[in-house]
Ligand binder design. Structure first.
Ligand code: ADE
Length: 269
C-alpha cells in the first residue's frame, strides 16, 4: 500500500514512521511512504506557501496553488479548471470511491473521529493521500477540490496535521496483509473483539514485592485464556464502559460480565 503525505515537514513524517513494525514493512516493500514538501511547489521566490486571511484575523492561511501543484505531481492528473471548466462541486467520499480516484484525507479537528473500523476501511485502498495543514488553516477552495475525507484523531487541537497523519498511517498499515507477523496480528485480533487488552507480565516472577498472578505460571491454557478474558472485561467496564455495548461475549464471559455488574452495583449501594 502506498501512502503519500503532503506536508511542510517531510523529515518529521519520515523519521517518525521509519521505525519498528512500519520500518520493517517499508524495507520489505509491503508499504511505502512518499512524503512531498508542499514548499517545493511554491511559485514565490521566497518559497512562501501561506498568506494573510481575507476578512482579517490572526494567523496565516495556506494558499491553494502550491497544494494543487503538489497534488497534481503526486497523482499525475490535472485539477478541473474551476469557474470556467469544472462544475465547482467537490466529489464526496462515495463518488471518489466509485470513480477510483485516490482518496485524499485532510487532518482537522472538525473531521470524523478516527477509530479502528476506519483504519480497517482505509487499509483496503491501494493508495492514500494525506494533506497536513498548518497555520490557521488551508484555503477552503483547494479542500473542496481535492479532499474526500475529513478526519480528526480526537477532540483537541494540534499544531499541524503531521502527527495525526502519522497516527493514521500507523493504524492503517497494521491492517495491511503482511505488515504484522502471525503472532502480532493474533494480538491485534484479540483487541479487536472490542475489549481492552488484558494486563501483561514478564520476568522476574516477583518484582518490588509483587508476584505475577498465579494462573499465568500454571501452563493451563484454557484457564489462562479465561483469566485474560475476565481481566479484559474488568478493564473495559472500569475505563471504557461504553465499549461494552458493541461486544459479543461467549456464554461463560457473559455470565462473568453479568456478575461483575451486579457486584459493582452492590458496592455502590
Ligand atoms: N489538526 C490539528 N488538530 C488535529 C486533530 N485533533 N486531529 C486531526 N488533525 C488535526
Amino acid at each position: 500500500m502506498k501512502f503519500h503525505v503532503m506536508t511542510l515537514f517531510p523529515e518529521m513524517v519520515e523519521q517518525g514512521l521509519h521505525t519498528s513494525i512500519l520500518g520493517r514493512a517499508m524495507d520489505a516493500g509491503i508499504i511505502s511512504v512518499n512524503t512531498v514538501n508542499i514548499r517545493d511547489y511554491s511559485e514565490d521566490k521566497h518559497r512562501h506557501v501561506d498568506d494573510y486571511p481575507y476578512g482579517g484575523g490572526a494567523g496565516m492561511v495556506m494558499a491553494a496553488e502550491p497544494i494543487a501543484k503538489c497534488y497534481e505531481a503526486i497523482t499525475g492528473t490535472s485539477l478541473p479548471a474551476g469557474e470556467n471548466g469544472g462544475d465547482g462541486v467537490s466529489e464526496n467520499e462515495a463518488q471518489a470511491v466509485a470513480s477510483k480516484r485516490t482518496r485524499v484525507v485532510y487532518l482537522t479537528p472538525w473531521g470524523r473521529v478516527f477509530n479502528q473500523d476506519m483504519a480497517k476501511e482505509f487499509a483496503a485502498e491501494e493508495e492514500l493521500i494525506f494533506l497536513c495543514g498548518h497555520y490557521e488553516g488551508v484555503d477552503e477552495r483547494i479542500l473542496e477540490e481535492i479532499v474526500t475525507d475529513y478526519v480528526s484523531i480526537g477532540d483537541y487541537v494540534l499544531s499541524g496535521g503531521e502527527l495525526p497523519a502519522m497516527v493514521m498511517i500507523d493504524a492503517i498499515a497494521r491492517m495491511v496483509p503482511g505488515v504484522l507477523t502471525n503472532e502480532e496480528s493474533g494480538e491485534t485480533e484479540s483487541f479487536m473483539n472490542g475489549l481492552l487488552e488484558y494486563p501483561q507480565y514478564t520476568r522476574p516472577e516477583t518484582w518490588n514485592g509483587k508476584a505475577v498472578p498465579e494462573v499465568l505460571l500454571s501452563g493451563h491454557h484454557a484457564k489462562i485464556a479465561e483469566w485474560r478474558m475476565q481481566r479484559s472485561i474488568d478493564r473495559t467496564v472500569q475505563y471504557r464502559p461504553e465499549l461494552m455495548d458493541g461486544v459479543e461475549l461467549d456464554k461463560k464471559s457473559a455470565k462473568y460480565y453479568k456478575e461483575l455488574l451486579a457486584s459493582r452495583k452492590k458496592e455502590e449501594e
